[in-house]
Design a binder for this molecule. Structure first.
Ligand code: URA
Length: 252
């Protein structure tokens, strides 16, 4: 093993210990002879209820949009959300076009607004470390926000603003068809699952969504927003459990 690889592994171990992983054991015994079956037995992956919904949230018809470039162009031309007028630029997406996981955040902050890429500020740096801890990175995930323009002063986007941007969010999900979706925080939960829910109640519980024009249900996992984890480090233990559940789901 090379020095760089060694130091990356040490960083990951540090992150995990930081996050409350104090022993190399999982909650449930692992039957290595039948990996997927063991995971199914240890933890029912999908909640039985079908939480979300093919809500398209408005009158924008994007059914003629069949690729990400066209989606970006349509969003850039969209005048139906006033946040566009106060933001510096559109923050469309970062990462793979055919990702294993689609991560959905809230809205760009000051740094993202300046650079034009989601999650490049302090929360983004933590997010990158979180992804690295389960062997993911921006080469195999895609990162977007519920709202692609920065709200002034970093305020939470309003219900109306979330709804105005919703058709683009659903089209984005439909176009990239990830294996799973990770919802980062309450705004992403509200946008994708269609109703406000306290993140502390719903985090870690798998949901399903039916994407308009899609066929199969997509597994969706709500978890804490990395900005919340920066403010409340004691929640990292639960976030770590969510990341492990996500890794298990995409490995099935
Ligand atoms: N927080 C978010 O929800 N999204 C970003 O892109 C940056 C910070």
């Amino acid at each position: 093993m090379g020095v760089a690889e060694r130091s990356a592994l040490i960083k990951l171990l540090e992150l995990q210990s930081d996050w409350g992983a104090d022993e190399a054991l999982l909650d449930a015994a692992q039957d290595r002879r039948g990996r997927a079956a063991a995971v199914e037995r240890a933890e029912p992956i999908l909640a039985p209820r079908r939480a979300a919904v093919a809500a398209t949230g408005g009158s924008v018809d994007l059914s003629h949009i069949h690729d990400l470039d066209a989606l970006r162009a349509a969003l850039a031309a969209f005048e139906g959300c006033a946040l566009k007028r106060t933001a510096t630029q559109l923050v469309f997406a970062d990462g793979a076009a055919a990702p294993l996981v689609l991560l959905i955040g809230e809205a760009p902050g000051a740094e993202e607004d300046r650079v034009g890429r989601p999650f490049v500020g302090p929360a983004g740096q933590l997010l990158d470390r979180m992804l690295g801890s389960i062997a993911l990175d921006r080469g195999n995930v895609r990162i977007i926000n519920a709202v692609p323009w920065r709200p002034p002063g970093n305020r939470t986007p309003s219900e109306a603003e979330i709804n105005q941007c919703l058709p683009f969010l659903w089209r984005h999900i439909a176009l990239v068809r990830p294996r799973a979706v990770l919802l980062l925080g309450a705004v992403a939960v509200r946008a994708v699952l269609g109703r406000p829910m306290p993140i502390t109640k719903i985090r870690g519980q798998w949901q399903e969504i039916i994407v308009p024009d899609g066929n199969d249900a997509l597994p969706v996992l709500p978890t804490f927003h990395p900005a919340y984890l920066l403010r409340k480090p004691e929640a990292k233990r639960e976030a770590w459990a969510d990341l492990l559940a996500l890794r298990r789901r995409i490995d099935l």
